[in-house]
Design a protein around this ligand. Structure first.
Ligand code: HEC
Length: 115
């Protein structure tokens, strides 16, 4: 029964999606890379190299000298963005708590290449 197979597949996929969106516990939660993976950031961004959004290396280089760089980037993740890098649109991730956004921001800034 093809319909049954499709239903089973659908159930499996939604279980995977649900576990990906579930509030994560454990050690991985603290890891910036895990946060990037869990929040679909890497669907649009690469660490190095332009994708739909700017490379995180370039973000780090653009804002790295700002004294408020961590707060700025954490804020931009919450607000979403358009017009800073082109015509692409970055959705808002306001549901991510500030601590997680700052963990990500620090990680992005750590990618800046030594000058
Ligand atoms: C649907 C695609 C998409 C997703 C998903 C996405 N981004 Fe973006 N992001 C973009 C685009 C496009 C831009 C450039 C926006 C602009 O030009 O202002 C951007 C810009 C940024 C910037 C630079 C903002 C600035 O002020 O210059 C940061 C930092 C960033 N994204 C981080 C993230 C993080 C962290 C996540 C996951 C929580 C994420 N993005 C998810 C598309 C995305």
């Amino acid at each position: 029964m093809i319909a049954g197979r499709i239903a089973a597949l659908f159930a499996a996929v939604s279980m995977i999606l649900m576990s990906a969106c579930a509030p994560e516990g454990g050690k991985a939660a603290g890891s910036a890379k895990a946060l990037l993976e869990q929040n679909t950031c890497l669907a649009c961004h690469r660490l190095d190299g332009v994708a739909i959004g700017p490379a995180f290396v370039n973000v780090a280089e653009r804002y790295g000298d700002r004294p408020d760089a961590v707060d700025y980037i954490a804020g931009r993740i919450a607000s979403g963005s358009t017009g800073h890098w082109g015509s692409g649109q970055m959705p808002s991730f306001a549901a991510l708590d500030e601590g997680k956004r700052k963990t990500i921001a620090k990680y992005i800034l750590s990618l800046a290449k030594a000058k």
